[in-house]
Write a protein that binds this ligand. Sequence first.
Ligand code: FUL
Length: 494
Amino acid sequence: MSMSSAGPSHQILKHVHGSIGSSRWLMGSLAMLFLVISACEPVGAPTPIGALPSERQLDWHKLQYYAFIHFGPNTFTDVEWGQGSEDPQVFNPTEFDARQWARVIKAAGMEGVIITAKHHDGFALWPSAFSTHTVRESAWKEGQGDVLRELADACEEFGLKLGVYLSPWDRNHPKYGTDEYNNVFKSMLTEVLTGYGDIFEVWFDGANGEGPDGRKQEYDFPGFAAVVREHQPNAVIFSDAGPDIRWVGNERGYAAETNWSTLNVSEFFPGIGGVNDQLQHGHEDGEAWLPTEVNTSIRPGWFYHADQDDKVKSLDRLIDNWYSSVGRNGNFLLNIPVDARGLIHENDEERLLELKAYLDEAFAENLAPAGNLVATHTRSFRFLESFVVDDDLDTYWASKDDALEASLGVEFNSPTAVNTILLQEYIPLGQRVTGFVVRVLQGDEWTEVASGTTIGNRRIVRWPTVEADAISVELKGKAALTIANLELYKVPER
Ligand code: FUL
């Protein structure tokens, strides 16, 4: 490979590459020298900056893609927002099979499922002792069924995480709009958090409309969160304002390219309107760590409607949503409306499996580890550039404190077709990168192929395929840079 051309990144690579001698003796001596020099340097980790993720948030950041299920009386009455006055007998799936859901969700490569245990109509998918509008009052299994129980069992069998959506807005409950309702809601929450095993996420919708007789309710969100913390301390809580995970500000399935995991949360509350743009981007230097979850539906509606059977999103659209969520510092929550039989519809299943096949092919081979990793410099031997390809997110490359710009590169042994990079910061120390430029070396020429702003937990960028001799990423940040993972792929071009 020719390494003689001009260009800043190239000089960087050349410099670093050139320091790796050919003889073993030289290599050994250099390594010794490196260790001695490194031992004289401060080798500590960079100082954390700004808001930091909690342990439960870090666990959540390891996820990527999971299912949302909207199911309830609306599935049978063909509406999106039930009135709450529906006869509970309408809820009567004819072929209900939670194992089919779990099988499809698992085969789709998803890691878990969040179900509407109670939507705005107030109908509970479990036989709650605090309501008379539940599966117990339905025609299904003559009132003996429990959707949550069957789903929890199926999740355990198939190795899926279970989450619950409980709408505080309740258009049925007789106590809604009175002081007692917040306690009713906490009791119902307690039932689902104590009776169905581990819950990984609790999803609070911000909608706050009128209940029976036009009554309004002020929700005790801090009290609801306290119930979650008491019974499921590892579960993350989602809402417009967290406290753990934030809405991404749209339901189309897109995070913004600039996406800070931090937000000035004291200005926010669940159900706040008119801040979608801020939710989409977050706030640089925001006061709390509050990363984005990107929710959208595989169909136009959240609930099943037979006339949408031919309106399942295209594979290209789902691929775009996947890159625009998982690849833009978010997790992807894709809704699959279970149908009136109580099954995931064949059309949705087919599309989910197509997406899985695409992702399997696209990410089958990480091209980075086979190359030679280089960097403008490393902080010390505890933060080597090779740590970005070691499959361990707890080890990372870091720059020195005074180096707010640095480059990482991969030199291939022979020209390699590449069109995608995946980057991950070491987020336990905060989100630091403010900009990056990706360049490829072809012969003597360095060409910019991609650029971006934030990285955070995970950023994926694609460009038209090039045969590259080497690739470099120039990074800029607001404090010493940390990169825990760098992957390179040739994904199918569509
Ligand atoms: C919204 C709700 O009003 C919709 O019905 C749906 O559940 C969606 C995911 O959240 O706020």
